[in-house]
Design a binder for this molecule. Structure first.
Ligand SMILES: Cc1ncc(C[n+]2csc(CCOP(=O)(O)OP(=O)(O)O)c2C)c(N)n1
Ligand SMILES: [Mg+2]
Length: 232
């Protein structure tokens, strides 16, 4: 039996999506949004990208509603308005490539899996802390993880995920595998030492990593100009 499969994962979609706790990162990745090397900027592709953006928007709207109703514990950091960033960038990946994101990662997780109904259910279940969630209900909003589609988090420590992504890229290079790691970060990451260490290692070792910066001047905390010595 393929070790990416679990007893429930070959049957109906609902069980299949959620039954992935044993998934191994080394296992053959499932085809998701990134699995389209032949993709061209044609109307079919644009329609698919728009569909994915819409799916992410609807999931986050549903999450916001559930959060307001007290159905979710902890924090809920939405990426409404930024759907195109994750969908567009992840569309350039292949299934074997990795994506690593920040704590505002719902869209990235959904896009890496191709915005299927299964991944949406897994994400929403995770936000509600259910054992059927994509991280078995142990993570919640900031800790989505989907090894099966090579989405490796979801991290709450701002900037701390950059060296982790560099480590993933290092592993690919060390093993001689033609994989790329796409690491998303917000401008807030640039305040963290780990961010600079990660970039330094990536540059020194010429790692197969792509860093995608997203400036959101007024999101979680104060405007970035209040935290930065120069405008972003
Ligand atoms: C190391 C660390 N310091 C502080 C925080 C508190 N914190 C949570 S979100 C945030 C702002 C992050 O800004 P950015 O990375 O640009 O993400 P955005 O909210 O704009 O998407 C901060 C400072 C944290 N989570 N981790
Ligand atoms: Mg920001």
């Amino acid at each position: 039996m393929d070790n990416t499969q679990t007893p429930g994962s070959q049957g109906d979609g609902e069980t299949a999506a959620l039954a992935r706790p044993e998934a191994k990162i080394d296992a053959k990745p499932e085809a998701g949004a990134g699995a389209r090397p032949e993709a061209q900027t044609d109307i079919k592709l644009l329609r698919e990208l728009y569909r994915q953006m819409l799916v992410i928007r609807r999931v986050e709207e549903a999450a916001a509603k559930a959060y307001a109703q007290g159905k979710m514990g902890g924090f809920l950091h939405l990426g409404i308005g930024q759907e195109s960033v994750c969908v567009g960038a992840i569309a350039a990946l292949r299934a074997e490539d990795y994506a690593v994101a920040t704590y505002r990662e719902h869209g990235h997780c959904i896009a890496k899996a191709g915005a299927t109904i299964d991944v949406c259910k897994g994400v929403l279940a995770e936000l509600m802390g259910k054992s059927t969630g994509i991280s078995r209900g142990l993570g919640g909003s900031m800790h989505l993880f989907d090894a099966r589609h090579r989405f490796l988090g979801g991290y709450g420590i701002v900037g701390g995920h950059v060296p982790l992504a560099a480590g993933v890229a290092y592993a690919s290079k060390y093993r001689g595998l033609p994989e790329v790691t796409l690491c998303f970060f917000g401008e807030g990451s640039a305040n963290q030492g780990a961010f600079h260490e990660g970039l330094s290692l990536a540059g020194l070792w010429k790692l197969p990593i792509v860093l995608s910066a997203r400036t959101t001047s007024t999101r979680w905390a104060r405007r970035s100009t209040a935290r930065w010595p120069c405008p972003t």
